[in-house]
Design a protein around this ligand. Structure first.
Ligand code: C5P
Length: 234
């Protein structure tokens, strides 16, 4: 799959989501991310509806449970015909391999399966004192990424600042899906470790996930096109 910009559809309702997508013309179908908020509010029907409009979908539900449960849940998600799903690498190898198995359709095709390593909201103190992990954050991130790669997953969600290191550790073909993207002139908001689309494009990011710089823009279509242009270096 080629490099692409994924718009984070962080809207609470179907109405707001579709009104946003309606701003794009019939020939322009951005890759979009549906997260827990929208999915839990509207259910699988919102996925089918957006898919029927011709968009690729990253369903960002971050599964984490016993291997059998995750495998069966992934099987349900594969039937939703999404293009990318994710799970927590902390669920460990048997869960990740079970997820891949459940996700694979009868014809051998499946959505891309991406791992979350450590949440960016987990800081060094929480890692040490609450999760009782005694190695530095960067080491756990790279180790979780390598484990995901060894289990056959397609890539990880990571900071654009980690993308090159992930590729170095897990191979060039291992995908990096990176939020924390901001235009040079847009507000960082609550994101701390940020990168511009242009720099991300040159830093080994395969997919950038862009939310507010597009969704909160006065002209979301222009902002999306700018992100694509800068990311792909056009
Ligand atoms: O609005 P913004 O561009 O910050 O949105 C980024 C999107 O990526 C949000 O949907 C957010 O939940 C998600 N995300 C993130 N950082 C992570 C994992 C996911 O910002 N580590």
């Amino acid at each position: 799959m080629a490099k692409d910009v994924i718009i984070a559809l962080d809207f609470p309702t179907r109405e707001e989501t579709l009104a946003f997508l309606d701003r794009f013309g019939a020939g322009e179908k951005p890759f979009v991310k549906i997260g827990m908020e929208l999915f839990y509010a509207e259910g699988p029907s919102i996925v089918r509806e957006i898919k029927a409009r011709g968009h690729k979908i990253f369903l960002d539900l971050k599964l984490h449970d016993i291997p059998n449960t995750v495998s069966r849940a992934m099987n349900v998600l594969s039937r939703l015909d999404v293009d990318m799903v994710n799970l927590h690498a902390a669920g460990a190898g048997e869960m990740m391999r079970g997820a891949l198995k459940g996700l694979t359709r009868e014809d051998g095709t499946r959505p891309l399966l991406i791992a979350v390593t450590q949440l960016t909201s987990t800081d060094a103190a929480a890692l040490k004192n609450e999760l009782l992990i005694d190695v530095p954050m960067a080491e756990t991130v790279m180790s979780y990424a390598k484990n995901a790669a060894d289990c056959g997953l397609d890539g990880v969600v990571c900071s654009p600042l980690e993308a090159e290191q992930v590729k170095g550790k897990c191979g060039e073909g291992f995908l990096t899906v990176t939020p924390g993207i901001r235009f040079a002139d847009s507000a960082a908001g609550d994101q701390k470790r940020i990168m511009t689309p242009e720099k991300a494009g040159k830093s080994g990011c395969d997919y950038i996930v862009v939310g507010r710089p597009i969704t909160q823009s006065d002209d979301p279509v222009a902002a999306y096109r700018r992100a694509v242009r800068e990311f792909l270096g056009q």
